[in-house]
Structure formats: C-alpha cells, structure tokens
Design a protein around this ligand. Sequence first.
Ligand code: FEO
Length: 404
Amino acid sequence: MKVHSITPRIYAIHADIRSDDLFEGIWPIPYGVSLNSYLVKGEKIALIDLVRDWVGAPGELAGQLAAARTSLSDIDYLILNHLEPDHTGWLGEFLEINKKAIILATAKGIELVNNFYFEHERVRAVKNGETLDLGAGQVLQFFETPNVHWPETMMTWALDGGVLFSCDGFGSFGALGDRVFDDEFSAEEHEFFEAESLRYYANIVASFGLFVKRAVDKLSNLQIKVVAPSHGIIWREHPEMIIERYLRYADYLEGSREKEIAIVWGSMYGNTENGLQHVIEGIEEEQVPYTIHRVPNDNVSWVLADAYKSEGIVIAMPTYEYKMFPPMAYVLDIFERKHVWYRKALRIGSFGWVGGAKKEYEAKIAQLKWDSLEPVEWAGAPDEETAELLRERGRELARLVKGA
Ligand code: FEO
C-alpha cells in the first residue's frame, strides 16, 4: 500500500469510502468520501484521528501505517480532534491492539470518549495552546475550535512543516483515489471538489458559520503551509484557497450570498410545474442564474447546497390535504435547521378545491426570516392572466436578487 508524505516525518493516510450508506445517516455520498488520518513520527509516534470500521477503513489504516514502517501497536499518542464516530468508531478495536497509546482530546472530547467508548483510563485532556513534544523536532500544538462542528472539536498544529490538522473544518465529500494533494488534481477535478465541499459544508457545517470564522481568527497568527483536513483534499500548494472558500461559505449565513436563485419545486399533476415555467421565463429575462431541484426526486443534500449559496429562492408546490406538499415541508424543515435564513423568496402553487399551504408556510418562513414577495396561488391549471403574473413575479424576484 502507498502512503503519502507531507514532510519527511508526517504522513497522510486515507481510506476512500465508497458506499450506499448515508453519511451521518442522512447525506448520500455517491462519489465517496475519504477518511483522513495523519501520522507524525518523532521519537514518540502520534496518530491524528482514527476511522470507523467502514468499508475496510481499518485495513487501509494498518496497511498505510506499514508503508510508513509503523504498526498500530507503535502509536504512543492517539490525538482525537473530534469525536464523531466516523473518526473514532474503531477506537475500541484500536485499544485492544495497542496497549500503550494515550488518547489526547479536549476535556469535552474526553467526556465523549467516556460516553461513546467507556474508556476512562488511557485518556488525557489537553488545553488550548498546549504543546506536545514528540522529539526529533516534532512539536504539536492544540487549538480548541469549538463547534466546527461539534463542541469538543480542536485542531492540531505541527510546528515543523506548518501543517494544520483541521479535522472536519476545510473538509469535503468525494473520494480521493491515489492522489491526495491539491497540486495533483486538474482544474476540472477541482471544480468537482468545490461542488462537493459546498455540499459538505451546507450539509455538515452550515449551522456553525460563526464558529468557522472564530476558528480562522484564532489561527490567523499561524504560518499555515498545509491544511490537512479529515475529509478530502490536502492543501499544500494553495492552503489559502480552502480557507477562503470556507470563509465565503460562512458569509452565506449572514449575507454576501451568490446573486443566484435556487428553485425548489414539487408537482402532483403538472399544474404547479406549468406555472413555474412562467416564473423561470421571468427570471431568464432578467438574466439571473438559477439552479433547479424537484422534490422529492432530488435529494435534499443537493437542494440544501444550492439554497445555501443563493440569495433568492422560489418555492413551487401544490397544496396537499390543506397543507404544504409534504416533501417540501421536509425541505423547509432542513432549511430551518441548517440556517438558510434571510433569503428573498417567492412561493407559488396550484390547488384543487381550496388553498391551505399559506398558513403553514408562513409559520415556517417566519422562522427562516425570509423576505417574501406576494405569493401566487391558483385553482387548477394556470390561465393566461396567472401566467403573466407568474412571469412578473419571476422578474421581480430576479431584480431583487440582482440588487442585493
Ligand atoms: Fe467527519 Fe464530524 O465527523
């Protein structure tokens, strides 16, 4: 097996997970995801972040350690930046194999080691700013970065080499294959990983944008040469690129979003869909870019990513049994949980015998703090007058988005 060197004493180890399993039990990973761990070899040996027993990840870990002339039982310190089980699920087995390693984590992290894995003895809490000297010039320093994205999260900094082990921060979906460094991927591949990093951020980190900014502030004095996250590409040529990208994503929470419109629609018999075509005509007349997703056909993971970056949103759905079209109710619930707030929004939709989505929808968007245009609802199929109104609303929304 091959292992990648970041410096002569720091190695990147990764397991590509290709599975129909959902990440966090929610998010599809059709292009896979990598679980990255890092080996730091001084006189003592540290492993940063572990794996779960998932599609052969422990075997990859052991094999790549062997390629770095190290075995699992050689590890002196297991540093757990974050306790979510994608990075720790195999901890019990690891502790069975390795009888000497001490687990280092924040105090909150140690609580989670206790809660998840019932390990109380071989643990040591580290404080913000504390250093660990491994010998042979390898000094690690720990920085608490709470809520990126769990409260116990920290990042580990290798002074020799300027490597930031950032755990989920600066991570991405997408398996890596044989290459791991940013300078090894083509522009086209970077485009793919950019889309997957936005989807990862929107799905996993979105609610914690403020904490992402705090973490970047806290680390601003470090001369970061390499960003080494626990998922996705390792950034050694342009580490600033992924940091700036994450700051841009964090800004989406409060403003500075893309001047685009995310259209989310569902239709039972085509009448809402027909009405939506007129809205789209209006948006296109104003030349505002848009993305479009049908629910429930498109998974909410991608819907969320496009809504997260966009200033404008169109919600097109029929009334269903006096209430919102159920798949859209789910999408709006996810939007609320993931803080898709302060958008410029338009709701349209067809109803059969009576409308009714209005009350439920308005209660939901009050939570989302959306600024809404006058909705357009119609009975049955949209007539010519309704069609013109829909086109005008499309133009109006597009103009608002352009002016934002
Ligand atoms: Fe990759 Fe939050 O665990």
